[in-house]
Design a binder for this molecule. Structure first.
Ligand code: HEC
Length: 211
């Protein structure tokens, strides 16, 4: 159900000013109102009809954000699982790995925990368009497999699994085919229980390159 705000923006504004002049934290409901005011006027829902359902969950400024508690042993376990299962044969994690699959260093910003879990236990048979690889066969028979960074009518720029960039002229190629099958095997039988939980939570926590 969508509950419409009855107060005008000016009323919310004076409530904020009031709180600032009191120097007080305000009651939970004051803070709720401020959050709603801010989210309505400055949040992503700007311009949309204000509603309680669009507002983010209010939180008091004195509370710290609920952090995902990931113990050092869970992190160590996740790293062990990654090492033992050869994930870096296809992914970058930290300073190592390959460029066949997406970089996992910021996967937590792109994917929810459920999506990460699903990618590991039940990979889609076909990759997302941005993860497609191409196979090039040159006239001399040399085959190159990598990801396309860029292409135009004449040339194609590739990054291979080792991260090396190269540009190939299309006229020098005998074959040019897109590979959209997903090379990632399912790890559903190999990574289970606590190992899977630690892995998913660790990957979900990765938000920056090099972390
Ligand atoms: C043989 C190559 C290969 C191996 C080995 C591999 N992956 Fe992948 N992985 C891929 C590819 C390619 C994709 C992109 C799939 C797509 O586009 O749907 C992917 C996708 C993912 C995703 C989703 C990422 C995103 O941004 O959507 C996660 C998470 C993931 N892999 C984790 C792992 C983990 C953990 C391991 C080791 C247990 C692993 N992968 C091993 C190739 C691999």
């Amino acid at each position: 159900m969508v509950t419409r705000l009855r107060n005008t923006a000016d009323e919310w504004r004076s409530l904020v000013n009031d709180m600032v002049s009191r120097g007080a934290q305000g009651s939970q409901s004051d803070i709720d109102n401020v959050v709603l005011y801010l989210s309505t006027n400055f949040g992503p829902a700007k311009g949309a009809a204000p509603s309680f359902t669009q507002a983010p969950a209010p939180s008091a400024p004195t509370q710290t954000a609920p952090a995902i508690a990931l113990s050092p042993s869970a992190i160590a376990n996740a790293k062990r699982v990654i090492a033992q299962n050869g994930c870096v044969a296809c992914h970058r994690v930290g300073d190592e790995g390959s460029y066949i699959g997406p970089n996992l260093d910021d996967v937590g910003t792109r994917r929810k925990a459920d999506e990460i879990r699903a990618a590991i236990v039940a990979p889609q048979p076909q990759v997302q368009p941005e993860n497609r690889q191409v196979r090039l066969v040159q006239h001399d028979g040399k085959t190159i497999v990598g990801k396309i960074l860029n292409q135009d009518g004449y040339s194609v720029q590739m990054v291979d699994a080792t991260g090396k960039l190269a540009t190939y002229s299309k006229s020098g190629l005998r074959e040019f085919s897109i590979i959209d099958t997903n090379p990632m095997p399912s790890f559903g039988n190999k990574i289970t229980g606590q190992d899977l939980d630690d892995l998913v939570r660790y990957l979900s926590s990765l938000a920056e390159p090099g972390k």
